[in-house]
Design a protein around this ligand. Sequence first.
Ligand code: FE2
Ligand code: FE2
Length: 404
Amino acid sequence: MNAQVSATIDIDTNRRLLNRYRYVAHEAMHLFAGWMPRAARFELKCEIGRTIWENSLHVNALYLRLREIQSPAFQKPSDQAMVVLMDEMLHAPDEYALALAYYRVVTPSLIEALENHETATFPNSDLPSVYAIKHMLLDLRAQRERIEPILQQAEGAGKITAAARQWEEYIRGLLAAAGGVSGLKPRTKAPAAPAVRVPFKAPREAARDERFTNLGADFVAMPPEEEHARHTEEEFERYSTEILAAETVAVVMYQVEGMPWEFEFDSARHLYDEVRHALMGYEWMRQHGMDPFQSPQYLQVFRWRCQFPPVMQYCMLTMGNEVHAFPYRHRRVEAHQKQGDQLSEQFVRYDIADETQHVRFGKRWLPDLIKHIGETRPLEKYIEDALVVWETQYRSGKLPVNVE
Ligand SMILES: [Fe+2]
Ligand SMILES: [Fe+2]
């Protein structure tokens, strides 16, 4: 951008633009939360989790700036073409169609808009926006670099269908009808939805790619902690399956709407922490000559949780699984220390740090969540009732699924 254009973004244009970037990143969090359990390809699922978290950081940075220049900070764009674009993204025919549309169509347009904004706004007067934009650009470019090899691998393996290509073109057409992410480009007529469009339904099953072969094995008792080596292998194999916790947080994020922004922000971090815990398991297993794709996936856990309302799922996860893990985790830190196994010790200690936050999130948000859903039981009673279900069905390993 040359100096001539440097005053083209006035303050009113500025807040409209920042709100559009925020809207794109924020809507993408929501649609990716809906899709995350459904994405089968493991690497893509993990990247989707990371995008949800990184987008939450971008939305938050824009939120902090927007609330200084408009009230309320978050506003639905008045540009209907932009709203249609982000609404339609959800109805992709498959996970690669979604990934192509977002990472190859929407993200490049967002990057272009931010690059332009960075130099076209008043450099000193609008410095706080420039600061946020520079950081977003760093993440978005890195996101594209990580996602490209995954898409190219899928292309090479013939996994990108004609339907996915059609979808990518459709989204490109909707983006052009919105004038790009900035809305400042010449607009074209919006295309009609192609026949490959599939109305989105929230998943009740978690998907895994073909490398996973053991999908629904029952939980078996772990080797006793005294058998240190065998127990530790199982300990980290269980970490590798924590993607299930990420998938449940995704369900909560997708289904619970209208909570304060900070809840979404905390949940995005919670979700990606669980992806990281799974990846920690993968890393450990690979270093020890084990194949994480052979781990049982316990998909019945996701199916079982999905029978319950999202707030109850969140309550059982934070007040059941997460609260109760600490005594065991602390024993593991001690056991690994005793063995001089620094890697395992460090992994578990980082896990404890994250899990402490997850319990804090649960305690912070459950009072608001039960109010939000119009629950009449007092909080203590609600948690107690949820934990009875958790104890008798999950902890006992029975996991009954009511077939509808
Ligand atoms: Fe975890
Ligand atoms: Fe957790």
